[in-house]
Design a protein around this ligand. Structure first.
Ligand code: PLP
Length: 405
């Protein structure tokens, strides 16, 4: 982009992940600042009317207006594309607006998509209740039943949507195997990589066409701002998604992009430490008598442990566990008691933070999902989701010990 120069004329695809995480995409102004600059400006000036005309006509290549492009946002996009191993990236105001933008860019009224039923609650609602009003229909399937994906395909199927690992039960699916089915039927294959991040799993290497993120989670990593990201082939991302985002406006603010650039610098280190802490806590939870079961991909007891070992570098920082109880009411009472007796864990719906958060999905994040869909996804009243942070894991175990004695 004309007046800004890339900080390093390097091909980051040939360098290590950790190098790209701190250096890829950085642009420098004429002042040669070392850290990435924050461009808090809604628009950019032109030297003449003719230059304005030229730049508006080529808004992908020039900075004109921050709904279209902004240097701080561009730096984040280029860095995320490098980290996911994709050709291009567009960031958005939230994870949900990223998913919205993909579907609005790729599908038309009358089209159909097939989605895993084990996805983030708002993603499920977006597909089931909002897109259906605009003539885009969805079939939800058990993500680990490959036949179900095949059987769900209709002549108008244009998109497959998967989240792995899923929220809140860390259900892991074979990204490559589902991708082969998507390819056979010419469907755009979208994978939500929110929980692993490219530090632990790169879905494009397993056949995904598009990776989507809630950057609100581990990419920022410190529970500060909302954001989303879409990574994939240049044709789709710049040819389809960019015109949609530019026109409809679910743009990421420069300030949020700047914070996320800071977050990415520690992504690998955080994911490694938080995964190690999560494994310790998951192993400890398995020893607690009042806990019926624990879901964590790196535990041998996890139903898709083998797949997780194959496609994830580490287990990630989400742990789910289910309290005993004879009735749903008893299960809820037990789960709420565990939550209410914590003093350290934050009772909040967010995840991916450096601070451990504790959530009761059935009454919060998944409360708007129908009871049938919740049951199908295994989110009972006894389930608690823990997003493990950077605290000393023993302190978190001690915090959970009061309610699980
Ligand atoms: C949080 C989340 C989203 C939605 O992201 P927002 O930034 O909250 O809009 C989508 N997918 C997954 C897996 C999430 O955890």
């Amino acid at each position: 982009m004309d007046d800004l120069t890339p900080k390093e004329a390097l091909d980051f695809s040939e360098l290590g992940f950790d190098t790209a995480a701190v250096r890829a995409g950085t642009l420098r102004t004429e002042y040669n600042e070392h850290a990435e600059a924050l461009f808090l400006t809604s628009s950019f000036c032109f030297k003449s009317a003719a230059e304005a005309a030229e730049r508006f006509a080529n808004s992908e290549d020039f900075f004109t207006y921050s709904r279209f492009t902004n240097p701080t946002v561009t730096m984040l996009q280029d860095r995320l594309a490098a980290l996911e191993g994709g050709e291009a990236c567009i960031v958005t105001s939230s994870g949900m607006s990223a998913i919205l933008s993909i579907v609005m860019s790729a599908l038309n009224a009358g089209d159909h998509l097939v989605s895993s039923r084990s996805i983030f609650g708002s993603s499920l609602n977006l597909f089931a209740t909002i897109f259906s009003r605009f003539g885009i229909t969805t079939t939800f399937v058990d993500p680990n039943d490959l036949d179900a994906w095949r059987k769900a395909v209709q002549p108008n199927t244009r998109l497959f949507f998967l989240e792995s690992p899923s929220n809140p039960l860390t259900e892991v699916s074979d990204i490559r195997a589902i991708g082969e089915i998507a390819r056979q039927v010419n469907a755009l294959y979208v994978v939500d990589n929110c929980f692993c991040t490219p530090a632990l799993q790169r879905p494009l290497e397993f056949g995904a066409d598009v990776v989507v993120h809630s950057a609100t989670k581990y990419i920022d990593g410190q529970g500060r701002v909302l954001g989303g990201a879409i990574v994939g082939k240049r044709d789709f991302v710049m040819g389809k998604v960019f015109p949609f985002v530019r026109t409809a406006g679910p743009t990421l603010s420069a300030f949020n992009a700047w914070l996320m650039l800071r977050g990415l610098e520690t992504l690998s280190i955080r994911m490694e430490r938080q995964s190690a802490n999560a494994l310790k806590i998951a192993q400890w939870l398995e020893t607690r008598p009042c806990i019926k079961r624990v879901w964590y991909p790196k535990l041998r007891s996890h139903p898709q442990h083998e797949i997780a070992m194959r496609q994830q570098k580490l287990g990630g920082a989400l742990v789910a566990f289910e309290l005993e109880g004879d009735t749903p009411e008893a299960q809820r009472a037990n789960a709420w008691r565990v939550i209410d007796q914590t003093r350290l864990c934050s009772i909040t719906g967010n995840l991916g933070d450096t601070r451990t958060t504790i959530t009761h999905p059935a009454s919060t994040t998944h409360a708007r999902v129908t009871p049938e869909a919740r049951a199908a996804a295994g989110v009972t009243e006894g389930v608690i989701r823990l997003s493990v942070g950077l605290e000393d894991p023993q302190d978190i175990c001690d915090d959970l010990a009061r309610g699980t004695a």
